[in-house]
Design a protein around this ligand. Sequence first.
Ligand code: HEM
Length: 455
Amino acid sequence: MARDTTASKLPPGPTGYLFFSEHEALRDQLSLYQRIFESYGDFAKLDGLPGISWYLVARASAIEHILVTHQNRYRKPDNFNKTLALLVGSGLIVNEGESWLKQRRLMQPAFHRERLSALADCMIESTRQMLEQWHKLEDGSEVDIAAEMSNLTLTIAGKTLFGLDLRDKAELFGASLRQALGHVSEKMNNPFTYPEWLPTKENRNFKKARHNLIQVVNEIIETRRKTGGDRGDLLSMLMAAQDESSGEKMNDAQLRDEVITLLVAGHDTVAATLAWLYYLVGCNTRVQEKLQAEVKAHVNEALTLEDLPKLSYTRLVIDEALRLYPPAWGQPREAIEDDEIDGYFIPKGRIIAVSQYLAQRHPDYWKEPLKFHPERFLAEDELAKDRPKFAYFPFGGGSRMCIGNNFALMEAQIIVAMISQSFTIELASNQTIKPDPTFTLRPDGPVLVKLKKAK
Ligand code: HEM
């Protein structure tokens, strides 16, 4: 039945076109969105250029409507899918319709709890190797924890998902990934970029970065084709998977798209979470001491998978880091038919930027929202009692929810617990660290910390 949208109104928002009035500010979308949220509230209309408008939404009930209750009225926008496809081809994150469903069903079993449990030892071993290197440094040495976490999470993704040791390629892969995501993000947000075929410096750099990434991915696939056999990991499952009706296997191009998607989605997000976590914990002695006390109380010499459920405070610290600095800080949707939310008219084709970053700092849902306070998830104050589900959704929601959420949380818990066992992390002074919203929300430069051996 057609919905009656005639009575609905448009959300409030700034007058004028942002591409003219806020041209510079558009380069820093996070700050711009924050200002708009402060001035116009959690449901706002933005006009970029004549004919280009979008809504910014940080209202939990509206987010639930878009991502879950009425998700069939929305899709990921073409602009998002096509631009990200420059990097990930037709991988799960940009796939749509029947083809998406087929791939999601194929990959889901690899992320079931029992499968994930089998990966814990590998995560523990990789973290142990990083700590062994840290122990060789002089006490109090300074390191860039963002780079350390990026290398570690790429090593873990390579081994757990594809059975490959990527340690010696981690730096090149990380740098190429940042370059490529910067290009993709610019293309998504700026309608005035040059077409891909023009050999501009920017386009050439992107091609080179993509080539570096594809080389790593090709090596992963070739190595496995040579060694063969079912290793029980995701790569084996993807390679063995056959289309039920045609009996066809995934070809190398499809396989490559899924592998690069998982490497991109599965490593950078966890690395950013941990970099932010140590930015927050590194100057909060109380939280760090509680983390260390918890590990001391519950873990014998070497951490095992069985210890994880006992480390509830460690989990709260991870949840709180994900609240303040969600790596996926917003996600776009496009209305595929006219709709209405809270009395606001959503015309077919309208893009909606749903924002984790704003909802998770919304003063209606969180007491002292900017304070780093892991215990807030246990609080029973008025706000906590009535807090709607989509006030906190770092992994998205609905059918397109993150496939790797349990993988990410297990990995982060292992890494934080093992670091707490051996080191006190102290944020080096005199640093200005700002969030860089280029695709994943990550610190805009190194996060320098001092590694002090725990007593
Ligand atoms: C803290 C870490 C992570 C965060 C915050 C995160 C966040 C998200 C979010 C918000 C989405 C939904 C995007 C949308 O609906 O538009 C998503 C999708 C996805 N994530 Fe994650 N993710 C994380 C870790 C991982 C890991 C470890 C993997 C794989 C190993 C992964 C693989 C994916 C894939 C493949 C999708 C697309 C799913 C689909 O469309 O069916 N993510 N992630």
